[in-house]
Design a protein around this ligand. Structure first.
Ligand code: T46
Length: 136
């Protein structure tokens, strides 16, 4: 585990034989029981995704191909994290505002989540995020 200012990078095993194989297990490499995965690819040039925080959901985001920048914001500090290795994922804790920028044409993201999709878990308004952070 490699600490960053606001989070940490989770490094999962990578096995090389005639290719590369990476794996992760819940509660071991991924620090929560896994309820869902989703992936993001073929993102338009210049697009900014994310722009939200989660009330409860925790996630680990892997950049399997290409590269990406994640902008993290905990309400008082900000950090930019660059990802370009398929065996390194950034932990996205609950109540961490995150934006994803600088997608390459071939960028492929895999996100592992601690919960099923529930729109009620999203905070998509930044001012609302800041107000909620102040109540914690
Ligand atoms: C996150 C970042 C890293 C679903 O119906 N089910 C799902 O599991 C997901 C993830 C999304 N959706 C729907 C909700 C929206 O209508 O797909 C549409 C696009 O979602 P959104 O605009 O939230 O996508 P991103 O790329 O901004 O954010 C996604 C995740 O939604 C979010 O939880 O943390 O990736």
């Amino acid at each position: 585990m490699q600490k960053t200012k606001l989070s940490h990078i989770i490094e999962i095993p990578i096995i090389k034989d005639e290719g590369f194989l990476c794996f992760a297990e819940e509660n071991k490499h991924i620090p929560f029981p896994i309820k869902r995965f989703y992936y993001i690819l073929d993102v338009d040039d210049g697009a900014i995704r994310g722009k939200h925080a989660h009330k409860e959901t925790q996630q680990v985001l892997f950049c399997l191909r290409g590269s990406i920048k994640i902008l993290l914001d905990n309400g008082s500090e900000k950090e930019e994290v660059f990802l370009d290795k398929p065996n390194q994922g950034i932990f996205l804790d609950k109540m961490m505002w995150h934006d994803m920028i600088d997608f390459k044409k071939d960028t492929l993201l895999l996100i592992i989540a601690s919960d099923i999709y529930r729109e009620e878990d999203y905070i998509r308004d930044y001012d609302n995020f800041i107000s909620l952070i102040k109540t914690l």
